[in-house]
Design a protein around this ligand. Structure first.
Ligand SMILES: NC(=O)c1ccc[n+]([C@@H]2O[C@H](COP(=O)([O-])OP(=O)(O)OC[C@H]3O[C@@H](n4cnc5c(N)ncnc54)[C@H](O)[C@@H]3O)[C@@H](O)[C@H]2O)c1
Length: 357
């Protein structure tokens, strides 16, 4: 079998701490080309990956006939343009989250995937961690009953990524912690709930830390590049409520900076037979037995890796989908619904009323 030939676009933070080490673990691929608008970064990536081609213009990379797949690790505002061009050029596309920063952009990605017949998958870190897989099986076995309500979020006490750079510039990021962190937790919650369709969204956003000197106490906050006197026109806190077509609701809360005790990422779901909490301490399932709380903490084997979710996303796309011929477990319609929810929450905050999707 010939190796899957990959082109990596965007050679910054997440490429270096996640994608490159992960791709280097796989025997059945070759990263033949790399691209970054900063040439030195592309050259460094090429050195690590032993790539033959180095580009500063992604269009030259996707024009390479031999490529089977493009891996997109650029800032958010470029995801859709690159994905659409790559799909139209006949490449399979794996893209970092968030899917896109506007609904038209994510619809264009879905349409390009359908028309080209190529696969599109956007990173869904949390679906692939062992606790999530266990929770999904537990729910699908009927053990939670009807899941009718939930809460999810990723709240940092202090942890603004790349303050002043693209992360905090609405035009390039699409928003603050909601689109950056919320996308992970909303995806996990909605996937565990069985992917109901969102119908209304309501929310509020705040920006209180733009001019404060805030030291980071988050080990996740070292992303992007800080720019002195740069732009900070996105929220640092978002709170919202989503209703779904099956009557279920989901509360979401995300912050990069907030006066709370400590950083937490969580999904809490309520079913009529059992509820569950997923967070960094593990998975807890709450039910009743003999009129008492029965608190179940499944003991789940977990590889000692901080990037297990990223690794398993890429493994699934390369080995199950491209080599194994299976359908990706991420569906482009889920990306469309995700971006609809994220952008409607911002719209609701601006207008001060609930938005119907
Ligand atoms: N899944 C996760 O856990 C996770 C974690 C961090 C970041 N991300 C996502 O990964 C993406 C990149 O984030 P990052 O932290 O690596 O940012 P970064 O700023 O460190 O890196 C982005 C790189 O893309 C390059 N770039 C910009 N425009 C480009 C273009 N048109 N063509 C080619 N290269 C271009 C930049 O020069 C930079 O080197 C973002 O979408 C972010 O949301 C995901």
């Amino acid at each position: 079998m010939s190796k899957i030939k990959i082109g990596l676009i965007g050679c910054g933070g997440v490429a270096f701490w996640a994608h490159i080490p992960i791709l280097l673990q796989f025997d059945d691929i070759e990263v033949v080309a790399v691209c970054d608008i900063i040439k030195e970064r592309a050259e460094n990536a090429a050195k690590r990956l032993n790539s033959s081609y180095v580009f500063t213009d992604y269009k030259e990379l996707i024009a390479l006939k031999e490529l089977d797949m493009v891996d997109i690790c650029t800032p958010n505002y470029m995801h859709s343009a690159i994905a659409v061009d790559a799909l139209n050029a006949g490449k399979n596309v794996f893209c970092e989250k968030p899917d896109a920063i506007a609904v038209e952009q994510v619809i264009a990605m879905k349409t390009a995937a359908e028309q080209s017949g190529k696969h599109l998958m956007v990173m869904r870190n949390n679906r692939f961690v062992p606790e999530s897989k266990y929770a999904k099986k537990f729910i699908e076995s009927g053990s939670c009953g009807d899941i009718y309500a939930g809460r999810c979020g990723w709240t940092r006490r202090r942890g603004i990524p790349g303050k002043g750079g693209w992360f905090t510039t609405k035009e390039q990021s699409g928003g603050g912690p909601l689109i950056d962190l919320g996308v992970h937790m909303l995806d996990l919650a909605i996937w565990l709930m069985g992917n109901p369709t969102p119908v209304t969204v309501s929310g509020s956003i705040y920006n209180k830390f733009a001019s404060n000197e805030t030291d980071s106490d988050s080990f996740h906050a070292g992303f992007g590049e800080v720019k002195e006197s740069g732009v900070f026109d996105v929220e640092d806190l978002a709170i919202g409520m989503i209703r779904f077509d099956n009557g279920a609701c989901l509360h979401v809360e995300c912050s990069w900076a907030s006066n709370i005790e400590k950083e937490r990422a969580f999904v809490e779901l309520r079913g009529d037979k059992a509820g569950l909490t997923w967070d960094w301490d593990g998975l807890a399932i709450y039910t009743e037995n003999l009129n008492s709380l029965a608190d179940i903490r499944p003991v789940i084997d977990r590889p000692a890796s901080d990037i297990i979710g990223h690794t398993e996303n890429l493994r699934h796309f390369i080995y199950d989908v491209l080599i194994g011929g299976k359908e990706p477990m991420f569906k482009p319609i889920q990306g469309v619904n995700m971006v609809k929810v994220l952008t409607a929450l911002y719209e609701s905050a601006k207008l001060g009323k609930e938005i119907s999707l």
